[in-house]
Design a protein around this ligand. Structure first.
Ligand code: SR1
Ligand code: MG
Length: 392
């Protein structure tokens, strides 16, 4: 029997006390609790005690938080995120917050509270760069791709994992909000009326629609690896290290599913394009804009380098070096298609992003128009788009 009681700042202490494995991590008697959820779906609590020990709890609600009870969702969806953290803990524990377990009765995930880290989207909105951030991101995507695909998981275990990873409701949201509504039109969409002409051009372009349909087909049928499924800058925490390098931690894995490896790369690139459009509209320093424009290629190179480093350990020896080159080309094509969909959905569709939304109206229009045209170009002819040229 599950228990749908929603946590609040007053009940979190009793809740932690009722879970010995969590009570061992933090002192319930001196607990301070803050609700900080700023995403679209869940409650998030940050906890610390008098000794400075910290913990983060995330509870799924029985509805979409930003829409309210009129858009119901089963809170059991949080089990998918638990599976995502378990897989990432196996394959790339250094690039996620430490996972402290899942309570299936109360739909609560417990994880490390990343004190001193910031959500990357907020940092990008502030116009700040994190040199070297591509290394953790490329590594994370490559290790998940290798480990959870048939490269790192034996065939029978891979099949079982694909079957067990069913995430019906959240995959449906991705299919609708990212891969359908913005291109076909839907009453959930929201955008400024001045953008109507450029949106109409996209929707009237059969080559754009064919690429979007291919991305949807890939999402629905290509169970290559356990993908994050919503890898945007709001799903990454960043920190600058003392030596000047930067670190990233990937979190918020609830949309995870077995899908195409190019999906996470593409979602990330599309969101970097939103930040890039903002920085250009605000005329931030040219050096910084050039750094951001280089990031997709830097992330791709870090991804490819890590994947090639893992390649000699692949389980299926029938996969040849030629196959790898060919597959990487298909991953690139998927990534370009998902990048286009990700950029368009944040301008046209239901869930927006602060990169463009917080711009003054005239700059929003300029940035959104430019990015819709740019993303339209990617979707019109993805074969012709190299990752290096996405933002250049
Ligand atoms: C109904 S919520 C829609 C979006 O929120 C998440 O952040 C995902 O991006 C999803 O598409
Ligand atoms: Mg999210």
């Amino acid at each position: 029997m599950t228990d749908h009681r929603t946590l609040d700042v007053d009940s979190v202490g009793d809740y932690v006390a009722s879970r010995p494995e969590l009570a061992a991590l933090i002192d319930v008697d001196t607990l301070q609790v803050k609700e900080v959820g700023d995403g679209n779906l869940n409650l998030v609590f940050r906890l610390h005690d008098a000794d400075g020990r910290r913990l983060c709890l995330k509870q799924s609600l029985p509805y979409v938080r930003v829409a309210g009870p009129s858009w119901p969702l089963t809170p059991e969806r949080a089990a998918a995120e638990a599976r995502g953290y378990e897989a990432a803990t196996t394959w790339t524990p250094e690039t996620i917050p430490t996972f402290h377990g899942y309570d299936a009765d109360r739909h609560v995930l417990a994880m490390q509270d990343l004190d001193g880290w910031r959500v990357w989207r907020d940092v990008l909105v502030d116009g700040a760069r994190h040199d070297g951030i591509h290394l953790d991101l490329g590594r994370h995507i490559a290790r998940m791709a290798f480990g959870t695909s048939r490269l790192g998981t034996p065939g029978p275990a891979h099949r079982q994992a694909v079957a067990a990873a069913t995430n019906v409701e959240l995959c449906e949201i991705t299919e609708d909000l990212v891969l359908t509504d913005p291109f076909l039109g839907h009453e959930r969409n929201e955008h400024r009326a001045e953008l109507d002409p450029v949106i109409a051009e996209l929707r009237a372009n059969p080559r754009v629609l064919a690429t979007v349909a291919r991305a949807k087909e890939a999402f629905c049928t290509k169970a290559e690896a356990f993908v994050h499924g919503d890898l945007h800058s709001g799903s990454v925490m960043v920190r600058r290290e003392e030596d000047g390098s930067s670190s990233a931690r990937v979190f918020d894995i609830e949309f995870c599913t077995y899908g195409p490896v190019g999906m996470d790369l593409g979602l990330l690139f599309g969101n970097l394009a939103l930040a890039h459009a903002r920085w250009e509209a605000l005329a931030l320093p040219a050096d910084d804009i050039a750094w951001l424009a280089d990031l997709p290629e830097l992330v791709w190179d870090a991804f490819e380098a890590e994947l090639r480093a893992l390649w000699p350990d692949r389980l299926d020896r029938s996969l040849s070096d030629e196959w790898l080159d060919d597959w990487l080309e298909r991953v690139r094509l998927d990534a370009v298609a998902f990048a286009g969909c990700a950029a368009v959905r944040r301008i046209v569709g239901f869930a927006k992003s602060a990169d463009l939304e917080s711009l003054p109206a005239d700059l929003h229009l300029q940035a959104a128009t430019g990015l819709l045209r740019r993303a339209g170009g990617w979707l019109e002819d993805p074969d012709a788009v190299s990752v290096a040229r996405l933002l250049r």
